[in-house]
Design a protein around this ligand. Structure first.
Ligand SMILES: Cc1cc2nc3c(=O)[nH]c(=O)nc-3n(C[C@H](O)[C@H](O)[C@H](O)COP(=O)(O)O)c2cc1C
Length: 576
C-alpha cells in the first residue's frame, strides 16, 4: 500500500516545493522532493514540467540511504528523513552520482550523522572529498561489489561511467528487484504520481532527458545496459521524475534503440588509462580537448575499473584508440590489455602515452605490437617525465586533434571535393589578403597562415578572422587572449607561407628558423612581415566549422611604407 505525505512550503507559492514519501517495496521507502516550478536545468535544457529529486531509504538489519536531494529542500527533506529514521541509525549513504541536485544535502546529513559510511565509486568519493571539505568514512565500490544490509537486502553495485558523469553507478537490491539509478532512466517531470502509469504523458520528457544527458555517451549507455541484463528488475527507482514499474522493457528498449543509432552515426575514440595514476587524468583531459576540437566523440575507460566485455565492445567499434600506460603491478590488468590487443584492428589509429608513474607497462613494445597488427600511429608516443606544464597540455591537445583529424579524414575529404556548383564558384571569387597569426600564452606559442581576415569595425579598430575549430592556434584565441596579425607582402610571402603550412608534430616549435621579435603583448612579430597589428580577442561566434573571432587592434606598424599586401585569389569556396 502506498501512503503519501505531502508537505507544502506555504511561504513560497511561486516556487512550490513539496515532499512525497511512499513505501515502494518491503523495507524500502521513496522520499521524493517535488520541485514543481523549476524551469531550467543548469544551462542544459528548459523544463516544461518541473522536476523531482528522489532519495530512498532501505531498512534491513543495517540502514542505507540512497542519494539525498537538492540543497533547496534542506528543511523539508531533513525533517521528513528524521521523522522516518533516527539519523544516528543510518549506517550507509549510497551515492550513485555526485551532482549537487542529488548530493546537495550530504554535508548536512553527515553533520547530523557523522557515523555514516559513504559508499560510492572511486571517482564519486574523490568528487565528494573536493565538494565537502570535511573528513568522512567511505567505502569505494566497483562493478559487481556487494553490500549486505541483512533481512535479504543484499545490494549489488553496477558501474555506469559517463552516464552523464564519470562517477555514476547503479545499485540493485536483490530481494526487492529495485534498481536504483539516480540520473539514468530519469526525466524532468513533476507530479504526484509515484509511478509511470501514463507513459504518453512522460515520453517527450524522457526523450529530451536522454538526448541532453545520455545521448552524448551512447556507447557507455549500451555498456551499462549490457551490465544490467542479468538482473531481474521489478522497478527502476530513478533520481528524477516518476519511478518506472509498468513499462520497464519499453523504457530500457528506447535507451537501447537511441544509443545504437547514435553509436553507429559517428566515429569515436576510446581512451584507456589508469585514473589517478601519475598525471594521466590531466593528459586524458588535454587529449580529450583536442579530440573535441574535431567533433570526435570520446569514450573514457579507467583500466582499473572496467570489465572485459565492455573493453572488447569499445575496442572493436572504436575508430581510434588511446592507451595510457597503466602500472605494471595493477591487479587484473593482464587480461584487459590482452583484450585490447585481441580486439584492435587495422582500420584504427592508435596513440600511446606514459605519465612517468615509475612502474608503467613498457610503451614501445606495445606500440610495436599495435603497428604489427596494422594500426596507424596517430602521434608519436607521449612520454611525460616531469610534472605537466601548459606546454604539455598543448602538446597533448594537438595530439588529440591529430587523432581526431585521422578519424574524420573521409568526411573531411568529401567536404573538400569541389561541387562545381555556381554557388561554390561564386563564393570562391571572394578574395582576401594573406596573413600569419602568431600567439604566445605563457610558455605556449602557435602560428597559422590565414586568409579569411577582414576589418570589422573602425572605432574601436577591429578585425574578424575565421579560424577552423580544429586549428592548433584556436585554443590561444579565447576571450581576452592576445595575438599578432602579421600582414604578408606581395612578392615576398612564399617562404613564410610554405613554412607555416608544414605539418608540425604535436607541440612542435612553429617558429624554428623564422626571424621574430616580441610584440608588447608577448606574441612573436615576424621580421619579414609587411605590417603587423597587436590584437585582443573580444568576441567569438560559432560559425559552423569555424570560430568567427572578433578582435580589437591596440597597436600596429607598417615596416615598408610602399609595400603591398599579398592578395589571395581562388576559384572555389571549399578551399582557402
Ligand atoms: C591560402 C590559405 C589560407 C588559409 N586561411 C585560413 C583561415 O583563414 N582560417 C583557417 O582556419 N585556416 C586557414 N588556412 C589553413 C591553415 O593555415 C593550415 O591548415 C595550417 O596548416 C593550420 O595548421 P594546424 O591545422 O596545425 O593548426 C589557410 C590555408 C591556406 C593554404
Amino acid at each position: 500500500m502506498v501512503s503519501l505525505a505531502t508537505l507544502e512550503l506555504a511561504s513560497a507559492p511561486a516556487h512550490r516545493l513539496t515532499l512525497q514519501t511512499a513505501a515502494i517495496a518491503p523495507d524500502s521507502t521513496a522520499i521524493r522532493c517535488l520541485d514543481w516550478d523549476r524551469d531550467r536545468f543548469d544551462i542544459e535544457f528548459e523544463l516544461q514540467n518541473g522536476t523531482t529529486y528522489n532519495s530512498f531509504l532501505i531498512r534491513g538489519e543495517k540502514t542505507a540511504l540512497i542519494d539525498t536531494s537538492h540543497g533547496k529542500f534542506k528543511d523539508l527533506y531533513l525533517a521528513e528523513l528524521q521523522a522516518l529514521v533516527n539519523p544516528a541509525e543510518i549506517d550507509y549513504l549510497i551515492v550513485n552520482h555526485t551532482e549537487p541536485d542529488h548530493s546537495g544535502l550530504i554535508g548536512n546529513l553527515l553533520a547530523l550523522a557523522p557515523q555514516i559510511t559513504v559508499v560510492a565509486s572511486k571517482v564519486a568519493i574523490q568528487f565528494l572529498q573536493n565538494q565537502l571539505h570535511r573528513p568522512f568514512g567511505f567505502q569505494m565500490v566497483k562493478s559487481g561489489d556487494r553490500l549486505d544490509l541483512g533481512n535479504g537486502h543484499e545490494l549489488t553495485f553496477i558501474s555506469a561511467p559517463n552516464l552523464h558523469w564519470p562517477d555514476t553507478m547503479l545499485t540493485y537490491d536483490g530481494s526487492t528487484g529495485v534498481l536504483y539509478t539516480c540520473d539514468v532512466f530519469g526525466l524532468h517531470y513533476c507530479d504526484d504520481s509515484l509511478y509511470d502509469e501514463m507513459p504518453t504523458l512522460l515520453e517527450a520528457d524522457f526523450q529530451l532527458y536522454y538526448d541532453c544527458l545520455m545521448g552524448p555517451n551512447a556507447r557507455s549507455v549500451l555498456a551499462a545496459l549490457k551490465r544490467i541484463e542479468p538482473f531481474a528488475i521489478g522497478q527502476i527507482a530513478t533520481g528524477h521524475g516518476p519511478l518506472l514499474r509498468h513499462h520497464i522493457a519499453d523504457w530500457t528498449g528506447r535507451y537501447r534503440t537511441w544509443s545504437e543509432a547514435q553509436a553507429q552515426a559517428e566515429p569515436f575514440v576510446a581512451i584507456f588509462y589508469a585514473g589517478e595514476y601519475g598525471h594521466s587524468d590531466r593528459i586524458v583531459h588535454a587529449l580529450g580537448q583536442g579530440l573535441l576540437k574535431t567533433a570526435t566523440a570520446v569514450e573514457l575507460v579507467d583500466l582499473l575499473d572496467t570489465d572485459i566485455p565492455a573493453v572488447r565492445e569499445l575496442v572493436s567499434t572504436a575508430a581510434g584508440l588511446v592507451l595510457g600506460m597503466p602500472p605494471q603491478t595493477a591487479p587484473g590488468l593482464e587480461p584487459i590489455l590482452s583484450t585490447i590487443l585481441a580486439a584492435a584492428h587495422p582500420k584504427q589509429a592508435i596513440g600511446l602515452f606514459e605519465t612517468g608513474g615509475g612502474q608503467d607497462e613498457p610503451i614501445f613494445p606495445l606500440r610495436n605490437r599495435f603497428q604489427e597488427l596494422g594500426l596507424e600511429s596517430a602521434f608519436e608516443p607521449i612520454l611525460i617525465k616531469a610534472t605537466p606544464t601548459e606546454a604539455t597540455d598543448k602538446l597533448c591537445e594537438e595530439a588529440g586533434t591529430d587523432l581526431g583529424q585521422w578519424v574524420n579524414r573521409d568526411r573531411t575529404q568529401k567536404q573538400g571535393q569541389s561541387h562545381n556548383s555556381g554557388l561554390d564558384q561564386a563564393l570562391g571569387r571572394l578574395s582576401t589578403g594573406l596573413y600569419i597569426l602568431t600567439a604566445r600564452k605563457g610558455d605556449v606559442t602557435s602560428a597559422m597562415l590565414a586568409s579569411w581576415v577582414i576589418q570589422a569595425s573602425t572605432e574601436p579598430p577591429g578585425i574578424a578572422i575565421a579560424v577552423a575549430k580544429d586549428r592548433a592556434i584556436e585554443s590561444l584565441l579565447h576571450w581576452g587572449d592576445t595575438f599578432v596579425l602579421n600582414v604578408l607582402e606581395e612578392g615576398n610571402y612564399q617562404r613564410l607561407m610554405k613554412h607555416f603550412l608544414k605539418r608540425f608534430p604535436p607541440g612542435g616549435d612553429r617558429f624554428e628558423g623564422v626571424a621574430t621579435y616580441a610584440a608588447t603583448n608577448g606574441s612573436p612579430i615576424l621580421a619579414e612581415a609587411l605590417a603587423y597589428l597587436e590584437c585582443t580577442v573580444n568576441h567569438r561566434m560559432e560559425a559552423a566549422d569555424h570560430w568567427m573571432i572578433y578582435c580589437t587592434a591596440k597597436t600596429g606598424r607598417v615596416a615598408k611604407p610602399n609595400g603591398l599586401t599579398a592578395v589571395h585569389h581562388r576559384k572555389a569556396s571549399n578551399h582557402y
